[in-house]
Ligand binder design. Sequence first.
Ligand SMILES: Cc1cc2nc3c(=O)[nH]c(=O)nc-3n(C[C@H](O)[C@H](O)[C@H](O)COP(=O)(O)OP(=O)(O)OC[C@H]3O[C@@H](n4cnc5c(N)ncnc54)[C@H](O)[C@@H]3O)c2cc1C
Length: 646
Amino acid sequence: MMRLNAGIPEGPIADKWTAYRSAAKLVNPNNKRKLDIIVVGTGLAGASAAATLGQLGYNVKVFCYQDTPRRAHSIAAQGGINAAKNYPNDGDSVYRLFYDTIKGGDYRSREANVYRLAEVSNQIIDLCVAQGVPFAREYGGLLTNRSFGGAQVSRTFYARGQTGQQLLLGAYSALSRQIDAGNVTLYNRRDVLDMVLVDGKARGIIARNLVTGAIERFAAHAVVLATGGYGNVFYLSTNAMGSNVSPAWSAYKKGALFGNPSFTQIHPTCIPVHGEFQSKLTLMSESLRNDGRIWVPAYKKDVDRLRSKEIKPSEIPDSDRDYYLERRYPAFGNLVPRDVASRAAKERCDAGYGVSSTGFAVFLDFADAIKRKGQGTIDALYGNLFQMYEQIVADSPYETPMMIYPAVHYTMGGLWVDYELMTTVPGLYAIGECNFSDHGANRLGASALMQGLADGYFILPATISNYLAAEIHTPRFDPDGSEFTLAAEKVRERLVRLKNTGGKQSVDHYHRQLGRLMWENCGMARSQPGLEEALERLPLLREEFHANVCIPGSLDEYNPELEKAWRVADFLELGELMVRDALQRRESCGGHFREEYQTPDGEALRNDEDFTFVGAWEYKGKSCAAELHREDLNFEVVKPSQRSYK
Ligand SMILES: Cc1cc2nc3c(=O)[nH]c(=O)nc-3n(C[C@H](O)[C@H](O)[C@H](O)COP(=O)(O)OP(=O)(O)OC[C@H]3O[C@@H](n4cnc5c(N)ncnc54)[C@H](O)[C@@H]3O)c2cc1C
């Protein structure tokens, strides 16, 4: 039985990271030049890692499938990034950020990693300010903060509703500087499809050139995956359309364990689904819950009149509204964590109080805030989000409350990594949303950007030298070597097989079906019968896809349908692993809600005795079920307790 060793340093929690760095092996500057590192991904995690590794003097090759690193999905992040600076003097500290993150993750994350994340958070802000990231400021010039769900302090730094974009511009500038200096080579428009291992160590990748269709090989001493999350398995999600699981999935098939695949975050404030052929959902940032009040009508008669447009929301008096989050969770109100807010919206809509024509929407209302703070202030805080909503829904949130509903947004699962962010394949690292992450069963708002940048700017660059110090005598790898040739041939064979299927249905046809199945059976709420049904239906859907998918165009040209087909083929396999993971976890925690396990008042019911572990799955071959390994989680500092936001 494989024993997972996270390699957490000894000593008090506050000293672990310092102690680790003092003892880690270093690589001297002359030797760094001889070492090649591949970074796949140029989102916040990948761009920050590649820029920092280049600055340190390593020879870096960085890959993305977009035409420019600036178009990575990270650009979509709206609300903000957390740090424990305590600028508002409201009692924040590294310990509190650590505590809130552990609790918010429903006690399913590693204490040592989360503490390190909180510790490093303050350095991120200093670095980004030095890069010129235009964070919002107070009148006196100090950076200002807002609140996010799951916290009673204001610790979220932001740049209007475009924090991800501004942070990415900072990381991109740092990366461009290294490209110009010759330390980093950028390979854009490359779809990374496979990992290459030599003697059990990660030594390279196989990529398809998306413009010419050529299969290309790249070698290095270590490979870093920063390829983001896999929420698109649900078809409809807030993720960028091209977000995929393929590089992580190929790593899984080559021996990297996949951690907590069923841990999906559902975000409560998305624009509701409005059509059968919609391909994307739009997020309305969680920061809006600072000033927006969430409600549905208290009486069914008003629901019917709203749905038939007989009355406007403003005609329902306050006394006839149910501000259900404020009612159920007085201490946190509208700022409860995302999983709590999402489930509460689902509960009201399932009970028949949903306000849209589909019945799957609740109101996010700014009328009180506009009255209290004035339209100018609200505009300064959220103006671009209001405009975005109006463009999509053709309704002004200044006049009518927004309609929102929960949607798939983030995946807490991903490649299992140890304290050094190394997967179970030596020399293969995973950072940012691509790893199984520090967020446990639920991610608090504004903490994904924090984790991506912590991993990329500070943690990976410090831990990778501990591995590379033993590689300084390893000569550069030949990408024409037998392992590379074999991997490239296999990739080409699979592409040919997909292309030659010669079926009748589009890739999207199958992706939509997969998404519906996953949402209904392994989405916001899951049950044993639903999960078992999914396990029966998924192999049939996969079979049908491989027998009947139609991919026009050819292999050796720009072919977006072929790109999608590869991704969907991987999603069809991943879906099954997610369902298996959800089935074995007989408890409700965080965003993972098993209907069988709930308290009498409908809250998630954890089972700490049996499930305080990370579930990490090992690939056992095409025709065998994956094997589950456990990393037991030890809580020495924060004792798990029933999560309460009341
Ligand atoms: C609408 C929205 C709003 C959000 N708002 C916030 C927020 O306010 N605060 C917060 O903390 N978090 C937020 N998040 C979450 C956060 O943005 C993401 O978790 C984070 O940006 C992920 O960064 P990343 O670097 O790990 O991956 P990504 O930004 O997804 O980057 C992935 C990179 O990998 C590359 N890649 C992927 N697959 C391949 C492949 N096969 N071949 C080659 N390259 C590949 C891509 O080209 C890209 O460069 C938000 C997310 C969304 C969707």
